[in-house]
Design a protein around this ligand. Structure first.
Ligand code: SAM
Length: 305
């Protein structure tokens, strides 16, 4: 089903959580000289205009990035994320929002590799075009090496199956983001099946899965199923910005489930999540959860302090 367009949701609270964590994971991987392979199984369009088209329609960024834009007291990881968004908006006006591929292009190094899958023909084309423009801009300024070619590859296709051929990465250092639309129930099952396969091919990889926290059974069962996978460790974080409405309308909460997370992730989130709850929270239902555990086991729930 290809009705989903991420542009409608660009920069919302779920994107804030996902992209802030993704950037921190990328930075962590950059601490070792060995090249990292970053694989984005559901890449989207790469960059979104906020003031026109789909994003302007719902203005979901109003409950996400817009609330952080002018803050002067951001914790360091959030500042790094907001600074990356601001770098895409040199005029100082919030006009564009970076998707995960753009975050990767900025947060990763010249020696790293970026592999992007996008199934929707329109978004795949926009993604290609965006990276072509980035390459032209970089070549013109002489500041950065060409972003395409060996470093960045965009494939119009199914990221669940495409991932298989890329694992394990030659450097044995890999970060995978799995971020499907979940408009069809099938996506929940495919995430799990894909991870079973991926952990078989590349057990030491770090896998970050975004998921919506919804009433539907597949969503509620998702973390429990991922905890049972044979990873070394896992971390599960959720951020809710308001009390869910009785009709369940609108996304009030989302989560990131990370298999084989770096040890730095949990302390970083402990610092940032209370801030995010207060900055993005809309009512007394705003909260976070943070759980960690060993693969194959239920976790220790760590509630807000
Ligand atoms: N990761 C992006 C980001 O953070 O900026 C957003 C991705 S969006 C939530 C999900 C994307 O997956 C959509 O652009 C959709 O067209 C695409 N998609 C859906 N099914 C797919 C599949 N099987 N393989 C690759 N892409 C798919």
């Amino acid at each position: 089903m290809l009705s989903y367009r991420h542009a409608f949701h660009a920069g919302n609270h779920a994107d804030v959580l996902k992209h802030m964590i993704a950037i921190q994971l990328m930075r962590y991987f950059g601490q070792k000289e060995t090249p990292t392979m970053y694989i984005d199984t559901h890449a989207g369009a790469g960059i979104y205009a906020l003031d026109t088209g789909y994003a302007a329609k719902n203005a979901e960024y109003a409950n996400g990035i817009a609330k952080l834009w002018d803050r002067k007291d951001l914790p360091a990881p959030l500042k790094e994320y907001v600074d990356l968004v601001k770098a895409l908006n040199p005029s100082g006006k919030m006009r564009y929002y970076p998707g995960s591929p753009y975050c990767a292009d900025r947060a990763l190094r010249p020696q790293d590799r970026i592999r992007l899958f996008e199934l929707h023909p329109s978004d795949a084309k926009i993604l290609e075009d965006n990276f072509r423009k980035l390459e032209q801009g970089a070549a013109a300024s002489g500041q950065r090496p060409a972003v395409r070619g060996k470093r960045v590859m965009v494939e119009k296709g199914d990221g669940f199956t495409g991932l298989k051929a890329l694992l394990p990465p030659p450097s044995r250092r890999g970060l995978v983001l799995i971020d499907p639309p979940y408009e069809v129930k099938e996506d929940y099952r495919r995430v799990r099946d894909t991870l079973v396969d991926a952990l078989g091919r590349f057990p030491t990889g770090t896998y970050a899965v975004w998921y919506p926290v919804l009433q539907r059974m597949e969503s509620r069962q998702m973390p429990e199923k991922l905890m049972r996978l044979p990873a070394q460790d896992w971390l599960n974080v959720t951020l809710s910005i308001r009390t869910p409405t009785p009709d369940g309308f609108g996304l009030h909460s989302s989560g990131m489930f990370i298999l084989n997370p770096p040890w730095t992730l949990e302390p970083m989130l402990r610092e940032v999540l209370p801030y995010l709850v207060s900055a993005l929270g809309e009512d007394e239902g705003a909260s976070f959860t943070l759980e960690v555990g060993e693969g194959g086991t239920p976790g220790k729930v760590r509630q807000p302090m």
